[in-house]
Design a binder for this molecule. Sequence first.
Ligand code: NG6
Ligand code: CA
Length: 533
Amino acid sequence: MNKSNSLLFSGLLLATAAIPAFAQAGTEISKTPKLPKAVVVIFADDLGYGDVGCYGADPQKIPTPAIDKLCKQGIKFTDAYSTTSVCTPSRYAFLTGQYPWRKEGTGILPGDAAMIIDTDQPTLPKIMQKYGYKTAVFGKWHLGLGKGKIDWNHSISPGPNDIGFDESCIFAATGDRVPCVILRNDKVENLDPNDPIEVSYKHNFPGLPNGKDNKDLLKLMWSHGHNNAIINGIGRIGFMKGGKAALWDDEKNADFITNEAIQFIKRNAQAKQPFFVYFATHDIHVPRTPDKRFVGKSKCGVRGDVTVQLDDCVGRLMKTLDECGLSNDTLVIFTSDNGPVLDDGYADNAVKDNVGHSPSGPFRAGKYSILEGGSRVPFIVRWPGVVKPGMESKALINQMDLGATLLALLDPKAKSPFPDSENHLLALEGKDTKGRDYHIVNSSAKMVGIRSGKWKYLPAGTPIRDGINGLGAKMSRAPEGGLLIDLEKDPKELNNLASKHPDIVKHLHNKLEEIKKSPVNKENLREYALLDD
Ligand code: NG6
Ligand code: CA
């Protein structure tokens, strides 16, 4: 924390001292939430609404005791959404408070893409920094790095540390994309300068085998795509040469980032330094490579096993907060970047092994789809002393709302710099069960629909992807007159009520057009610039 921040924070502590005394955490519920000493946001990858016990998974098949415990201690949101149904745009929105469809180039990125968040954009971690929190990201980044062609052998900038993170320890993109190395802050970790890294998403490097023609070299077979470079016996997207000493160990990645986050928590707890953690697990994305401790620990094959691994990571983070005496002063949020997928390009038997389990819970389809399975995700808020344990909330919220919401908590008078993020602090506290008036539902195809109350509307022609695998989905389009669904009665989105409720269709259609056109809130952005010292 720089000097001005630390002054700001001590000022903030003084300010909070003026607020009426808070109830002892866990006993009584306070009227005004105290400022948490820590905020931990856990973003699982491709975890569906129904993949964890507290959202309906059978604990005999996929045990998730740590996540279920978190849920019992806090609020389970039933109507929370990732901003879209794939990773990059969801994370873009979470960090910047802007709908990704407002900006070109926010689709799924290759591993050598330039960073899509401008360094002068407002971000959630910048807000946390400003109010005195030490900020860190661990795990999957997938928002691009640098400005153009990346030289992986030198410092890479801009990156996470330029948009509000004091520390970062990340995979540049995904586990299935090269380069398969870890970046600590702006540099590849463990890089031998005599074995430089080269990356190409166009061609292989002379003499190196590819996954397409060298299946005998693969320990995990691909089912579609994922047949470029072979790294650790796994075919990847993109080609890579060199960097042997820096290659990650797929089976150890979950432990690695968890241990990094644990060290960060302990260090800051000891220094009595408030902190913000964005814990971006790679689980349960492909390639699914559980550590041997978790192999066979579910009854749903490797996809279930990596869910158990994810649960273990969550449990260890919570245990660390306990050990540091911070659990009662930490706001923990658990969610997923998009809905579930079974076969996402590797022949890991996820389809065959998915015995009787519904990854999307009561909803239809999954990742990549505009149907509910694509972006209705688990969203758990544990906030001792503020939220009553064991609550369930139907509040309509979007992960993107965390920016404006946390800012409202830290500084109720501050104007939000975020264009689309809404302040739903009351929903997070469990006091408001309505949440947003409108949420724009978005699929990977940049197509948008709108949700308001129990209604969901997709304009005529919207592509609808119905399936839970990367390939083979049934494609259709919203019919003439649009698709209007009563999500309360029809979570599987089977009955079109558009012709019965033309007034609702008209209203939602107009509202969608209005929100699509509404410009970025320039006034607030100026305010934000003023906040900069
Ligand atoms: C797709 C990949 C899929 C996954 C996805 C991104 C193929 C055939 N499919 O293109 O495996 O990597 O991109 O997933 O390559 S996400 O969760 O990061 O959005
Ligand atoms: Ca994802």
